[in-house]
Design a binder for this molecule. Structure first.
Ligand SMILES: *Cc1c(COP(=O)(O)O)cnc(C)c1O
Length: 424
């Protein structure tokens, strides 16, 4: 393995890493339930759900069967001019489960692409009406929408790599991150920044794009659902589309099936991805209202200008159907609520620690924000020694475990977090 690891270090990019000073990577041989098995025989309790995705845990018999069954029919077939049952069945479920009005579906390869598709839909919507000056987007700071160019252009400009790519990135409008936190009493002044920008620039804005209620990789912030409700009103008032990026929040993570439900709103366009296939395969979807889809289809050029090679991959669609059915048939709401209560109980005492700035929990997401940035590789090594898998970044040590985690396993995760914070 030494040889293989050496090859890995010298030849293979991992997410956000250097090929000169590579961070350590841990070879995995298998994963089952909430456990990740390392090559040296150690087992880690997974507190990350492989970046929000593996909500039912790994190597799930029902999901395995869905892929195996589909494989007997076909692994893939092009979606241009052809269609299939897995795409149709998945789309039906997405339309039924997502907020009302979203009744058309674009199935694509990854979250970033679903954001690209959403942005293109918004711009093409106005273009097809003959309104060509609406090509800008408005978003909120501390957001994260993916790593491709269109998505990157609406990520937080400071943490979101804008400095390197300034000349090629389109420039959009950024409102302050919502100052009103999730549990705060509603403070209307948190809307000042976004309403000001809308007042001044609505004629050039095609859409507002944001992550509803939970901002993920841009800082793990939870904001007041009332903010989202008010942004929906503002979009209606100024006749601007609203894009909700539910890629991280979708499929129950926040305690609601989709975070938009917390604000009682329906966006015009919505992105989902991550947990959609239960962590099995890369698949995402952009849903849009009939108003948007019909407008795009009626104006010039009369078709929506996007169509990836692996669009609606049948294996991915099949496992997504199985994952969604598994979720809906489970008592996911109770499980997420139990995780929330336990995380609150076991993490909140850390807010007394002088190195800790803030502890926050929402649904099956627990975040410890430190005052100073953490040394990721070092902390990760300590966590692995404690038998848990977490991936801290910046000042954040956080967990979003699989919904099937047992209380005793979750305690191991919170113990490990407590342990490393008191020992550093
Ligand atoms: C992860 C994420 C994306 C990007 O999805 P990829 O599948 O990594 O391309 C976009 N938006 C949000 C909110 C995300 O959490």
């Amino acid at each position: 393995m030494k040889e293989a690891l050496k090859f890995d270090q010298h030849h293979i990019w991992h997410p956000y890493t250097s090929l000169i000073n590579p961070l350590p990577v841990y070879p995995v041989t298998s994963a089952s339930g909430v456990r990740i098995k390392l090559e040296d025989g150690r087992e880690l309790i997974d507190g990350m759900s492989s970046w929000w995705t593996a909500i039912h845990g790994y190597n799930h018999p029902v999901l395995n069967k869905a892929i195996n069954d589909q494989l007997k029919n076909m692994a893939h077939v092009m979606f241009g001019g052809l269609t299939h049952q897995p795409a149709i069945e998945l789309s039906k479920r997405l339309i039924e489960l997502t907020p009302e009005n979203l009744d058309t579906v674009f199935l694509c390869d990854s979250g970033s692409i679903s954001v690209e598709v959403a942005i293109k839909m918004a711009i093409q919507y106005w273009f097809s009406k003959g309104i060509t000056q609406k090509q800008k987007l408005l978003t909120i700071r501390s957001g994260y929408h993916g790593d491709s160019f269109g998505a990157m252009s609406v990520c937080d400009p400071v943490t979101g790599m804008h400095e390197i790519f300034t000349r090629v990135l389109p420039s959009h409008f950024f409102a302050d991150a919502p100052s009103c936190r999730y549990d705060d009493p509603w403070d209307p002044s948190s809307l000042d920044s976004i309403s000001h920008i809308l007042n001044e620039n609505h004629a050039s804005i095609a859409a507002v794009i944001l992550e509803p209620v939970v901002q993920g990789a841009g800082g793990m912030r939870f904001y007041s659902p009332q903010y989202l409700t008010e942004v929906r009103h503002l979009c209606d008032h100024f006749d601007i589309l609203l894009i909700a990026d539910e890629i991280a929040t979708g499929f129950g993570r926040t305690g609601s099936l989709f975070a938009c439900e917390k604000a009682g709103i329906s966006p015009d366009i919505m992105c989902t991805g991550k947990a959609m296939t239960g962590g099995y395969m890369s698949l995402a979807a952009t849903l849009a209202s009939r108003k948007v889809s019909h407008q795009i289809s009626s104006g010039h050029p009369g078709v929506f200008m996007h169509g990836p090679t692996f669009m609606a991959n049948p294996l991915a669609c099949s496992v997504a159907i199985a994952s969604i059915d598994l979720l809906i048939q489970s008592s996911w709401k109770n499980k997420v609520l139990a995780i929330e209560n336990q995380l609150k109980k076991e993490l909140e005492p850390l807010s007394q620690n002088t190195q800790v700035k803030n502890v926050r929990v929402l649904g099956a997401i627990g975040v410890v924000e430190m005052k100073e940035p953490v040394h990721m590789a070092e902390i990760q090594n300590q966590l692995v020694s404690c038998g848990v898998w977490l991936r801290p970044f910046g000042r954040l040590i956080y967990t979003m475990p699989p919904y099937i985690i047992k209380p005793s396993e979750l305690t191991q995760i919170t113990h490990a977090i407590n342990h490393i914070i008191s020992n550093n």
